[in-house]
Design a binder for this molecule. Structure first.
Ligand code: NAD
Length: 414
């Protein structure tokens, strides 16, 4: 992943005529902190990669997963630098984690491990230095423990601002849970609006040839967890001219014949149930979602959802990447060649980190903003980033992903 990301950055830099030495300096990590957490006789490797603080404090998640490695943290930290820069946030890139399988570990032990992570790292993180957030298998509770431990270790007057993604009672932000799905819907809307007025991109997209503005825009959603279900919820509440026609989870694809069914599906999945147990007429295998006849395929499950194996079945002219890296490199090239447009993860799923940034701001100002205000600011950030990327792509003859990286490089080299 690290090498792939670096290769993408080098390719874009070459198109921008940026000298090699300058690009290599951008790609170099600032620091990597590795240590061992010992708990009840067991040892767990812990990492925090800090890629760049050129634009502001390092920012990025902490995951608890057996596959966490230093290299993975480094790759994800670089991606966070690019994402934060591309979206225009005054933040750098970091990522970390503990190599542990949290399944079967009780809450008391998880709390101790979270606190030990902070004890090992508190000198290198903090509200002005590095502000971690939740990631795979960590959540608001983990962040509450970590922020509390940071406070105990440092007595920092703004210790609450040392972590984001906390519970509302402990300084978390309104709107954080829905932010990534909601931001994805705004990114899609802005893409449609901007490319509607820029003829070059419009003629490249299959979409323009097939789309009749008098009918609703049809959307299929792969993965209906936090991100996918809040994306669908935003479509229902904010974009009545769009229709979610199908969705999938890890076991099944379902098709919706009415708006009521979509609302039921959102509630069903948000209460932790499976689509296969819902009484719907049309239920197919989970990979049926990829060949769904629709305008937009939203990828909100896992990385590498579309690869060489299934890239040729994709029908949707527009693909919205809400998961991280859901389209493999080979599939990306194939889909671009066949006229599909990919709205890249780096912009499309930035809603989470944008609201994390807003949480940090609230904590530093010792304020609590309304959900309406948070959503307004989220919408502003994501729309202006998406618009900038569309224009850059058009002018520089780049894909949207390349243009997002170009925007990030412009910020990092200012
Ligand atoms: P989640 O665990 O809440 O949901 C993921 C969903 O995907 C689950 O419902 C699962 O059943 C489903 N799924 C798994 N395998 C599938 C398959 N083969 N086909 C269809 N569905 C499948 O996770 P989430 O928070 O919604 O995150 C989704 C993706 O978005 C992840 O890749 C995550 O890294 C990325 N992401 C999330 C955020 C955020 O704020 N939550 C921010 C940026 C990126």
């Amino acid at each position: 992943m690290l090498e792939n990301t670096k290769a993408l950055v080098r390719r874009v830099a070459q198109k921008m005529d940026i000298p090699k030495a300058t690009v290599e300096a951008v790609l170099t990590h600032d620091a990597h902190h590795s240590f061992t957490i010992v708990h009840e006789g067991k040892e767990y490797a812990a990492h925090r990669a800090q890629h760049s603080n050129k634009l502001g404090p390092y920012k990025g998640g902490i995951r608890f997963h057996p596959k966490v490695t230093g290299e993975e943290a480094a790759a994800l930290a670089l991606l966070m630098t690019l994402k934060n820069a591309a979206v225009g946030l005054p933040l750098g890139g970091g990522k970390g984690g503990v190599a542990i399988d949290p399944r079967g570990i009780d809450q008391a032990a998880l709390e101790q491990i979270a606190r030990k992570y902070v004890r090992g790292l508190h000198k290198h993180i903090g509200p002005e230095t590095d502000i971690p957030a939740p990631d795979v298998n960590t959540n608001a509770q983990t962040m509450d423990w970590m922020a509390d431990e940071y406070m105990q270790q440092t007595n920092h007057p703004f210790a609450q601002a040392s972590f984001t993604g906390k519970s509302i009672n402990n300084g978390g932000s309104q709107g954080r849970e829905a932010a990534t799905g909601r931001g994805g819907a705004f990114a899609l809307d802005e893409y449609l609006k901007t490319t509607g007025s820029t003829t070059g991109l419009a003629s490249r997209a299959k979409f323009r040839a097939s789309f009749d503005p008098k009918r609703p825009l049809t959307v299929a959603v792969q993965g209906f967890g936090n991100v996918g279900s809040f994306f669908a919820h935003t479509v229902r509440t904010t974009f009545p001219e769009w229709r979610v026609v199908a969705a999938s989870d890890s076991a099944a694809t379902v098709q919706f014949s009415s708006q009521k069914e979509i609302d039921k599906a959102i509630k069903w999945k948000q209460s932790g149930k499976q689509f296969k147990d819902m009484s719907l007429e049309s239920i197919a295998s989970n990979d049926a979602i990829f060949s769904e006849e629709c305008d937009v395929l939203v990828l909100a499950a896992l990385d590498n959802a579309i690869t060489e194996e299934n890239m040729s079945v994709v029908q949707a002219p527009i693909i919205l990447e809400l998961a991280n890296g859901p389209v493999s490199e080979t599939a990306e090239a194939y889909l671009a060649l066949h006229g599909h447009t990919i709205i890249p993860d780096i912009i499309a799923n930035a809603g989470g980190v944008i609201v994390s940034y807003l949480e940090w701001q609230q904590n530093l100002k010792k304020q609590q903003w309304s959900e309406a205000l948070v959503n307004k600011k989220l919408e502003h950030y994501i729309r202006s980033a998406m618009r900038g990327v569309c224009i850059e792509a058009e002018q520089a003859k780049m894909t949207l992903k390349e243009a997002a990286v170009a925007r990030a490089l412009q910020q990092l080299l200012r």
